[in-house]
Write a protein that binds this ligand. Structure first.
Ligand code: MLT
Length: 312
């Protein structure tokens, strides 16, 4: 199916609640961004949006569920960079990023941070590198499962340092961060939308941000380049998806609602506090999102093949 073609398709949309599926735990970074935009999106649409967490397998369980949902605009998916890494990691994914979904628009691109439990020995990124090399057998690295952004960033860290660490998977970095604060795991790489609060409160130790420039809301945190790991650069782009075949008029309405949410001052301010920003309006469109997805699928397929990682 190639999307609805009649002008009437979706004319009355929305006529019932819209569910946005978040493929990771409640309280984590994807959930936070989704809940931020859900209210202004709902206001623009004149309907109600419900956020539902369908976690598991690095975001692939929730994405799979939405790929099989009715293509009527009432079930949509918030996903991130993991949409572009999963095909290279999973042999039996059960969906295809481009073929199984309609892109609605990009949302935000979030810097990542390398953070550790408060009492973890290394004090700087350079010390962390030395420490993990000397203690690779016992250091634990948390992530949100294979295909998660935290997993990808951890992979880049291990490639950049040449060490293989013991990875501890969670269903989202929300619970992973709780364990990090509690001292049950040593360190992880996670988005500023999740870690900013704990970094500022001094509940975790922060080593670096993974962007070329420092993050405004965390001005004291050096970049990975400043810290001696210039190859470790990644930021986590997010986008909204509908099942393939969702009427074009409905996708258009969702895209316009997304654009409205991204210029909402509350959204801009909240994102800024969390170290990120909405994408420009021109990127909150189906075409810009599709272009980004296709480019990223190519980029990560190569990186992951070179790293020799597979989930199944
Ligand atoms: C989450 O929402 O828990 C994260 O986006 C997980 C991740 O991708 O690292």
């Amino acid at each position: 199916t190639g999307g609805g073609t009649t002008a009437a398709a979706g004319a009355g949309y929305p006529e019932q609640n819209i569910t946005i599926v978040v493929p990771f735990s409640a309280g984590g970074p994807t959930d936070t961004v989704t809940r931020l935009i859900a209210t202004p999106m709902a206001a623009k649409l004149g309907g109600k949006i419900v956020v539902q967490n369908v976690e598991g397998a690095g975001g692939t369980v929730g994405a799979g569920e939405v790929s099989r949902a009715e293509a009527d605009g009432y079930t949509v998916l918030m996903h991130h960079i993991g949409m572009s890494t999963a095909p290279a990691l999973y042999q039996n994914l059960g969906y295809q990023p481009v073929e199984s979904f309609e892109t609605i628009g990009l949302v935000t691109e979030v810097p990542m941070t390398i953070v550790a439990r408060k009492d973890f020995e290394p004090k700087t990124l350079q010390e962390l590198v030395t420490y993990v090399k000397a203690n690779s057998g016992k250091v634990t690295l948390a992530n949100a499962g294979i295909g998660a952004a935290s997993h990808l960033c951890g992979l880049l860290f291990q490639s950049a340092t040449g060490v293989k660490l013991q990875e501890v998977p969670y269903e989202g970095t929300g619970p992973a961060l709780t364990d990090l604060v509690g001292g049950q795991v040593d360190f992880m790489c996670d988005q500023t939308t999740n870690t900013s609060g704990q970094i500022t409160a001094g509940e975790v130790k922060a080593y670096a941000v993974t962007t070329p420039e420092r993050v405004k809301s965390l001005p004291d945190l050096p970049t990975t380049t400043e810290g001696g790991l210039p190859d470790l650069k990644v930021s986590v782009w997010h986008g909204l998806y509908a099942p393939k075949g969702t009427p074009k008029e409905v996708v258009q309405k969702l895209s316009e609602a997304l654009q409205a949410a991204l210029v909402d001052q509350k959204v801009i301010d909240q994102m800024a506090k969390l170290g990120t920003a909405p994408v420009p309006a021109a990127d909150a469109t189906p075409q810009a999102h599709l272009t980004k997805l296709q480019e990223q699928l190519g980029t990560w397929a190569k990186v992951i093949a070179d790293a020799g990682v597979k989930a199944s």
